[in-house]
Design a protein around this ligand. Structure first.
Ligand SMILES: NC(=O)CC[C@H](N)C(=O)O
Length: 232
């Protein structure tokens, strides 16, 4: 399986995402934001970082990059797409996912190991988890507050499209503790925390629970690989 990782000007975590893909047994394909060619990849990752220096709104300018035309088409055809942090912000700006991300309610950039509950284990990126499972992966952002109007929030919850919720603490004021969501089809997933930073023991979160596994983020990447194998 070949998984494309798109680099935008100011991307930071594209190399880590490529490494996570490799550790999950797939081939990472480096894609450039200015291209219109997805090079026939089987899935896509929009990585974290500070595209365009977070100017205007995080992810807003990157969502207008040339390659996003192809990303939107491919996502609407069912290609698995994962947006991590800045990538999640791009997916909402591109209207592939609903709601938006605003400045953390406490006004500061936050960096911590974050416990999440997996609410939906049926998406392309979470099928390797159990519903209700708690995982710990790093969180680091300035604009992580998830917002949407009440009707949208009710619909997301009613349709099981809240994929992750923050546990123990709500680190940024996200409405209904939402850390990640999916589209109706379950192929597009976005979340603020960073699974690609928790794929190898000794390099991820150092909380006691996370240390026991150290690889809570790997399941995102093995989920999409496993699903592709089953469908092949
Ligand atoms: N880690 C990230 O991708 C950060 C995203 C964005 N720059 C923010 O601070 O919210």
């Amino acid at each position: 399986m070949r998984i494309g990782v798109i680099t935008f000007p100011g991307s930071l975590d594209d190399r880590d995402a490529q490494r996570a893909v490799r550790l999950a047994g797939a081939e990472p394909v480096a894609l450039w934001h200015g291209s219109h060619d997805l090079e026939g990849v089987d899935a896509l990752i929009l990585p974290g970082g500070f595209s365009y220096g977070d100017y205007l709104r995080c992810g807003a300018i990157a969502s207008l990059s040339p390659i996003m035309t192809e990303v939107v088409d491919a996502a609407n055809r069912g290609l698995p797409v994962l947006g991590i942090c800045n990538g999640f912000q791009m997916l909402t700006e591109a209207h592939l996912l609903e709601g938006g991300l605003i400045r953390n309610d406490h006004g500061s950039f936050i960096c911590r190991d974050q416990v999440l509950r997996v609410e939906n284990a049926e998406t392309d990126w979470t099928s390797g988890f159990e519903a209700g499972q708690e995982i710990t992966i790093p969180l680091k952002n300035g604009e992580g507050g998830f917002i949407a109007d009440d009707e949208t929030l009710d619909r997301l919850e009613g349709e099981g499209r809240v994929v992750f919720r923050y546990v123990d603490v709500n680190p940024n004021g996200s409405l209904r503790d939402i850390a990640g969501i999916t589209n109706a089809r379950g192929n597009v997933v976005g979340l603020m925390p960073h699974p690609e930073h928790a794929v190898e023991p000794g390099f991820g979160p150092d909380t006691p629970a996370a240390m026991r596994s150290g690889v809570d983020g790997l399941g995102f990447f093995t989920s999409v690989v496993q699903r592709a194998l089953v469908e092949a």
